[in-house]
Design a protein around this ligand. Structure first.
Ligand code: ZN
Length: 462
């Protein structure tokens, strides 16, 4: 026993320690100045004043210390689409933006439709990701039995996002019979993209008649319309409520959908949760003229009314979290006529800075921002020991300077695709340091390449 204690003490002595001094901690609804001692991968102590002669010190007076952002919807494109992005490049962009954990979508090549292919993605990330990671198991009409075998403790969930469900190229939200089967049997979280294909195709036909191949991109929100979103979301909601299964809606884009979701239950008691994405909160149909297909997303960026109501619904807890749907394409793939230009764009490097603009404008508090970008994501997925600044939790942290602006330029983008819809935007804040599993991975615009992210772990019951 004595020897064991001695060994433990020696190991602790040699573990790297870091004290973050005098930062303003934003955590669990409170902002307070404190010191944080990190030992190894975890937060050892939070107190008014901490001193430890063996620890490195990071002076952080005037900076806000936030739990690292957890982004539950990214497309890092590996394997198979690495001309657009890869796990290494996009995880570098993520940590530069204060994102310490991400969950990646299954529409890579090959599509992630078997548990073996899923494990291969985890192996890729273990070798190259600077941020913590999880990968969704994909679902389509052929793999229900295998998808139901997904381990809820080591995989974030099951999704159709970015995948066609059927050979007829429809998405899962359009197949109520299959949804019944999936929801009645799944014991893990299911996350869905919700738009009605029949409505979208009818709209496409109508606008094609009028404009031919060259439909103005401004009409994207009328083609992938509010009606298409609301119809599918209502349909999926009805079935999910019947089965009381754990369902998460990705990227809600309209006011009409946002208010369909319950706001009264605390997030960890909800069976159905919803998210808003940065592009739907930040851009509106007023921006198509300036940015064209750079802001072409599915679901589409919609009206200013929708944009404002989404933020309101987020603050009133109808919507629980903020994500990016970071989905890079090359600039060539984003160019050309309406049907040629692909939907999606890169966001993960600036999601926190974009939301901090709303804080500067007095539209969201820092406490709410942290709740929607970290705490609630951890709650929804039941992530173990992350998403909060707590003693014993992993030290996944971001220091933000609210008064040093960041100008987004081609030269400081870390994406493989090399462009951003935010180019030439000046955000009022900057990310000063990002810490992943106790190690500084980003500081003053430099990446520490020696840091490895870890696979996220989850509580069984979701
Ligand atoms: Zn989607």
């Amino acid at each position: 026993m004595k020897i064991l204690c001695f060994v433990t003490i020696v190991i602790l002595e040699f573990m790297q320690s870091l004290i973050i001094k005098n930062a303003q901690l934003v955590n669990e609804g409170i902002i307070a100045v404190a010191d944080v001692l990190i030992k190894g991968q975890r937060i050892e102590k939070i107190a008014q004043t901490i001193s430890d002669p063996h620890a490195d010190v990071l002076e952080a007076e005037g900076l806000f210390l936030l739990p690292g952002v957890i982004d539950d919807q990214v497309h890092f494109r590996e394997p198979g689409l690495t001309h657009k992005a890869n796990i290494y490049s996009e995880s570098r962009a993520a940590v530069a933006g204060g994102v310490t954990s991400f969950m990646d979508m299954p529409n890579t090549i090959p599509n992630t439709l078997s548990l073996d292919l899923l494990e291969e993605k985890y192996n890729l990330a273990a070798a190259s990701s600077l941020a913590n990671y999880s990968f969704f198991m994909g679902i389509n009409q052929h793999n229900l039995e295998e998808a139901l075998q997904t381990d809820p403790q080591t995989v974030c969930g099951i999704t159709d996002d970015g995948l066609y469900f059927s050979d007829e190229k429809g998405i899962l939200a359009n197949y109520p019979d299959f949804l019944e089967k999936l929801f009645s049997r799944s014991n893990t979280l299911v996350a869905l993209h919700s738009e009605d294909d029949a409505i979208i195709h009818a709209n496409i036909q109508a606008y094609r008649k009028k404009y031919g191949e060259d439909i103005p991109v401004q009409l994207h929100p009328l083609i992938r319309s509010e009606e298409a979103c609301v119809t599918a979301t209502k349909r999926v909601l009805d079935i999910a409520r019947k089965h009381n299964n754990r369902l998460h809606f990705f990227h809600i884009s309209t006011a009409a959908e946002a208010y369909l979701f319950d706001y009264e239950l605390p997030v960890n008691k909800k069976r159905i949760t919803a998210e808003a994405c940065i592009h739907h909160l930040y851009f509106s149909d007023q921006d198509y003229e300036r940015l064209g297909s750079k802001i072409k997303w599915n679901p589409a960026v919609k009206s200013t009314y929708d944009k404002e109501k989404l933020l309101e619904a987020l603050l009133q807890n109808h919507i629980d979290i903020i994500a990016t749907d970071h989905a890079p394409h090359t600039i060539e793939e984003k160019s050309g006529t309406y049907f040629k230009s692909m939907s999606g764009g890169p966001l993960v490097q600036h999601s926190l800075l974009a939301m901090l603009e709303f804080y500067h404008e007095g539209k969201i508090s820092l406490e709410q921002l942290v709740q929607k970008m970290s705490h609630n994501v951890a709650e929804i997925y039941r992530i173990i020991d992350r998403g909060y600044i707590r003693e014993g939790y992993y030290a996944d942290l971001v220091l933000v300077n609210p008064n040093t602006p960041t100008k987004v330029q081609k030269g400081n983008l870390l994406y493989t695709c090399g462009w951003s819809p935010f180019e030439n935007t000046v955000f009022q804040s900057s990310v000063s340091h990002t810490i992943v599993n106790g190690k500084i991975v980003y500081q003053q615009q430099q990446i520490n390449e020696g840091v490895n992210g870890q696979r996220l772990k989850f509580l069984r019951d979701r």
